[in-house]
Design a protein around this ligand. Structure first.
Ligand SMILES: C[S@@+](CC[C@H](N)C(=O)[O-])C[C@H]1O[C@@H](n2cnc3c(N)ncnc32)[C@H](O)[C@@H]1O
Length: 261
């Protein structure tokens, strides 16, 4: 499915990017959730293990599943750097979140930082939720976050223009500027083709322009509630941000905590 997408330069830039580094609140949120609902935890779309490793360090047994070999290679390196006890709590699996069979059940299944928005077709979303349901222990919870869709980002041509979202230097001395643009709107399909453009200047002066082009699926609140209901879940809580505030018009997130019906 989306494997080729992250099996690219993005795996090397992911962890150091301020876009990712700035996301500390979600790590704390998922750590608290693991304390509340218990382990083992399954993280779908675990990527480089940003959340996976934090949960293992907090004493939880975690399985991280991702389709991308290169993202998982990073996760393997990060696992190797953990203390032995934490390291032994992490299990990494290459797989597709729309069709997996792990032969185990989990107290908590999480889908942090948008992997669900890579599932463009309703059938893929349903297959993913069906797999989740099979892997959930009795009384367990599913938590997934998607952004709350801003209507203006669905059509306003101003978003076709590149907008700089971050500038930073990497540990090995590359200067990086990240900008973003919407290449195309597909309102009928609830998709945007998005480009994240990395303008890189290497320490030897060489310049490079790398484009991470992907299609995101945006969701609406009641669509997700219906989708969850269709797949046998009930929404136990819905937050508008990682501080657990209720969802409001201006909330950046839609964080669904669901349980089996
Ligand atoms: C934005 S990253 C999030 C990574 C991690 N959860 C985090 O919070 O940093 C999205 C991840 O979803 C993964 N992904 C996309 N589609 C997937 C699929 N069908 N099955 C498994 N992983 C998938 C990508 O490979 C990528 O690592």
């Amino acid at each position: 499915m989306s494997s080729e997408l992250y099996d690219s330069f993005i795996a090397d830039y992911y962890d150091e990017s301020p876009v990712v580094q700035g996301r500390l609140q979600d790590v704390a949120f998922y750590r608290d959730a693991a304390r509340e609902f218990g382990d083992p935890v399954l993280e779908l779309g675990c990527g480089t293990g940003r959340i996976t490793m934090a949960l293992a360090e907090a004493g939880k047994r975690v399985t991280g599943l991702d389709v991308s070999e290169r993202m998982l290679e990073r996760a393997v390196q990060k696992r190797a750097a953990l203390r032995v006890e934490a390291r032994e709590r992490v299990h990494l699996v290459q797989g597709d979140m729309t069709r997996f069979e792990l032969g185990d059940t989990f107290r908590l299944i999480i889908i942090p930082f948008r992997p669900f928005q890579h599932l463009l077709e309703v059938q893929h979303q349903v297959h993913c939720l069906e797999c989740v349901r099979k892997h959930l222990a009795p009384g367990g919870r599913l938590i997934l976050d998607v952004f709350q869709t801003d209507a203006e980002r669905m059509h306003d041509p101003v978003h076709h223009r590149e907008e700089v979202i971050s500038e930073y230097s990497t540990r090995d001395g590359r200067q990086v500027r990240i900008s973003e643009r919407v290449a195309a709107f597909h309102r009928a399909e609830q998709r945007n083709d998005v480009e994240m453009i990395f303008s890189v200047e290497h320490p030897d002066g060489r310049k490079e322009r790398l484009v991470f082009a992907w299609t995101l699926r945006y969701f609406f609140r009641y669509e997700v509630e219906h989708l969850l209901a269709r797949c046998g879940f009930r929404v136990a809580a819905l937050y508008g941000d990682f501080d657990r505030t209720a969802i409001r018009d201006e909330s950046p997130e839609m964080i669904f905590v669901a349980e089996s019906r």
